[in-house]
Design a protein around this ligand. Structure first.
Ligand SMILES: *[C@@H]1O[C@H](CO)[C@@H](O)[C@H](O)[C@H]1NC(C)=O
Ligand SMILES: *[C@@H]1O[C@H](CO)[C@@H](O)[C@H](O)[C@H]1NC(C)=O
Length: 207
């Protein structure tokens, strides 16, 4: 029979291992990543029903940007959501001339969280701006341990539409998704940028 004295230390060892496990999930594989993550800013309309009207600039992921707009302009979130398409699973035309890598060395993201990230991007006007790269990756969306980044692979600054980043992430979903999880990178070699869908990099985990 186990005595309580021998049982307790082994339980402590066990729970220590269990606690140590989750952060390692994302970080271990990050050793092979050499991209830099940067913050992005969003020029969002103060009234989502008037996208050409006065704007406010907020920094962070799209989820953080929405929270900041809601804090500054109560009711903003509900108005913004009402402008989004009803179906988050609506499909889009596939993009041409891309390279898709579904085997990037990272853990996977949750499909539904990525779909929500894409869904928000479809509702955002303004430009996705990022400084010179290559491998300069903006933090676009992060929720439920699932991230979207957009990487400037060019040596000069670049501006895209948020819709293009959404199309990139959708292309990863269309080509790389399993049942619940997805990871992958779609690269637009000609225009020198890419979109990455994955478990968040390093300390970004848990968002
Ligand atoms: C925005 O609204 C949705 C749906 O009501 C809610 O789940 C979400 O938490 C809200 N986000 C913020 C930042 O208020
Ligand atoms: C959209 O897809 C998710 C799974 O990725 C599913 O859970 C959800 O029910 C779908 N929604 C609709 C409206 O089909």
């Amino acid at each position: 029979m186990f005595s309580i004295v021998t049982l307790i230390p082994s339980l402590l060892v066990l729970s220590g291992l269990v606690h140590a496990a989750p952060p390692v999930l994302g970080q271990a594989l990050d050793d092979v990543d050499d991209f830099t993550i940067v913050d992005l800013s969003w020029d969002l309309p103060i009234n989502p029903n008037n996208p050409d009207g006065a704007k406010s600039t907020v920094t962070g992921t799209i989820e953080q940007a929405i929270a900041k707009m809601e804090a500054a302009y109560p009711g903003w979130n509900a108005t913004f959501r009402a402008t989004l398409p009803a179906d988050i699973n609506a499909t889009r035309t596939a993009l041409d001339d891309v390279e898709i890598d579904c085997k990037i060395k990272t853990d996977m993201a949750n499909i539904l969280a990525i779909k929500w990230g894409i869904h928000y991007l479809r509702g955002v006007t303004g430009k996705a701006k990022n400084g010179p790269g290559p491998k300069n990756c903006g933090r676009v969306s992060c929720s439920w341990d699932s991230a979207i980044y957009w990487c400037n692979e060019d040596t000069i600054s670049k501006e895209l539409d948020w819709e293009q980043i959404a199309d990139g992430a959708q292309t990863v979903l269309d080509n790389c998704a399993g049942v619940m999880k997805v990871k992958g990178q779609v690269s637009y070699k000609k225009d020198k940028w890419s979109t990455v869908v994955r478990f968040p990099k390093g300390s970004e985990g848990n968002c």
